[in-house]
Write a protein of this length. Sequence first.
Length: 94
Amino acid sequence: VHILLEAQRGSAWVEIGKGETNSDGRCPKLLPVDHKLVAGIYRCTFDTAQYYAASGQRCFYPQVPIVFEVVKTDEHYHIPLLVSNFGFSTYRGS
């Protein structure tokens, strides 16, 4: 799944990272290893239409944008996304 990570800067969104999930569903190279998040609002958008189209399927949610807030910049942030053709759920992972 293609993922786009953006940071909110005023009323605009600025791309800070992008990548593809691996066979485990993770995207370890979404940001460079030395990148430090600053406190703020972020949006992670998953391209679910492309994911399902690759296997000849359609989906109800062509993109899943998840907006979240980073307060403690020294913590790890993991955002699991569970998807099906017609629904999704997410939570803050550990």
